[in-house]
Write a protein that binds this ligand. Structure first.
Ligand SMILES: Nc1ncnc2c1ncn2[C@@H]1O[C@H](COP(=O)(O)OP(=O)(O)OP(=O)(O)O)[C@@H](O)[C@H]1O
Ligand SMILES: [Mg+2]
Length: 374
């Protein structure tokens, strides 16, 4: 994909997005139990999501459990059929709407879009050797001869920090971190342009997490990957992402360059999420914590879904759903940024003294534990 990009000059337009998601929705029907199955409602797991990713970019996707992160990426990848909307992917054969693509087209696109799974224990077939696991996508897509496939698997194992001779072993002989490396090798062996990692390091110990994060970063650079990185851990997202998308109750509420989001969060929900990150400074701890339950996507409140928990709600919030609008380098869906008579914005006096994240260096990731090491 990257090879076919035209050369860019200082005056050239920014590159076309690799993926552009437009109004994507995924609603799950809720049926009444009983003899007659009748639809009585729907779970709005993903609701009117819009964003685009440039080639080579990493977008971090964050939000509380149940806000729709997995459903969003699974709908983009068509593991789930969307209820509505589009997902334009700039494939090597031209733009394709993933939301409308048929099964043969989706199969062809699997060489260009791959997923790294959360659980390195259940996602690898225990009865297959590492060589067969990593080489299977090459076999399915009929890439190269048997000898070429073997070479490519050996090369991929080296790239993820394993040895070619590991090819003959079975997954149970490896630790959690090594298994995740096998999963990464399998995802990248076809040289995809878009990679989706859903909680790819959440199941690992902190020090192993750091190794896998650093490996992912090296591979992103080496292979020119574009990545959607779903994670609970904001310190991981801060380290790896170029931009961060914050989801609440199925919708994107903020999308901003990473440093901007952490230093100048706009949406009250983003501010609450960031202030809930453990900080060594007691003055910064939980100064603006989240209260109340996360919204139930089967029974969303009217207006902005966050309004029942929002400390800054005002008149339109319980009746009008805010659109995602641009504010400086960020996009935010909050009436504080659209209504003329909104109370003072987060930059105003009412927010002084609230916690801001410390800017940290974007060097090697060491996780949150002091003893985490490479
Ligand atoms: N197949 C399904 N049928 C009905 N509801 C579903 C289904 N899959 C997910 N949901 C609901 O959609 C909402 C979003 O779930 P999802 O798994 O996408 O959240 P998430 O942000 O990935 O959470 P986590 O951080 O825990 O992984 C939840 O309320 C969930 O219960
Ligand atoms: Mg999830």
């Amino acid at each position: 994909m990257q090879d076919s990009e035209p050369p860019t000059t200082a005056t050239a337009a920014p590159p076309e997005p690799l993926l552009r998601v437009e109004g994507l929705c995924k609603y799950f029907p809720v049926y009444r139990k009983g003899l007659v199955r009748r639809k009585v409602g729907e779970v709005r797991a993903v609701d009117d999501v819009n964003f685009a990713i440039r080639p080579g970019e990493t977008i971090g996707l964050v939000g509380e459990s149940g806000c729709g992160k997995t459903t969003l990426v699974r709908t983009i990848l068509r593991a789930l059929d969307p209820t509505g909307g589009r997902a334009w992917f700039a494939s090597s054969r031209g733009p394709v709407d993933l939301a409308a693509a048929d099964a043969p087209a989706l199969k062809r696109l699997r060489t260009e879009i791959q997923m790294i799974f959360q659980d390195p224990f259940s996602s690898l077939n225990p009865r297959m050797t590492v060589g067969d696991i990593v080489g299977e996508p090459l076999l399915i897509h009929r890439v190269g001869t048997r000898a070429e496939r073997k070479d490519r698997v050996a090369d991929m194992l080296r790239k993820v920090g394993l040895k070619p001779e590991h090819m003959h072993r079975y997954p149970h002989a490896f630790s959690g971190g090594q298994r995740q490396r096998i999963g990464i090798a399998r995802a990248l062996v076809l040289h995809p342009s878009l990679v989706v990692a859903d909680e790819a390091v959440s199941a690992l110990d902190v020090s192993v997490q750091a190794q896998v994060i650093n490996l992912l970063e090296d591979l992103q650079e080496e292979l020119g990957l574009t990545t959607i990185f779903v994670a609970h851990d904001l310190s991981v997202v801060r380290h790896i992402a170029d931009r961060v998308a914050v989801m609440y109750a199925g919708r994107l509420v903020e999308l901003a360059p990473t440093d901007e989001l952490f230093e100048n969060p706009r949406h009250p929900y983003t501010r609450a999420l960031l202030s809930a990150v453990p900080s060594p400074d007691p003055d910064r701890r939980l100064a603006f914590a989240l209260s109340g339950e996360v919204a139930d996507p089967a029974r969303l409140p009217g207006g902005c879904s966050f309004h029942p928990r929002c400390p800054r709600r005002f008149e339109p919030c319980d009746s009008v759903c805010p659109a995602l609008v641009q504010d400086g380098p960020a996009h935010v869906a909050c009436h504080l940024y659209t209504e003329r008579d909104a109370p003072s914005t987060p930059e105003g006096p009412s927010h002084r003294g609230e916690p801001r994240m410390d800017p940290t260096s974007r060097s090697r990731f060491v996780g949150q534990a002091a003893n985490a090491h490479e």
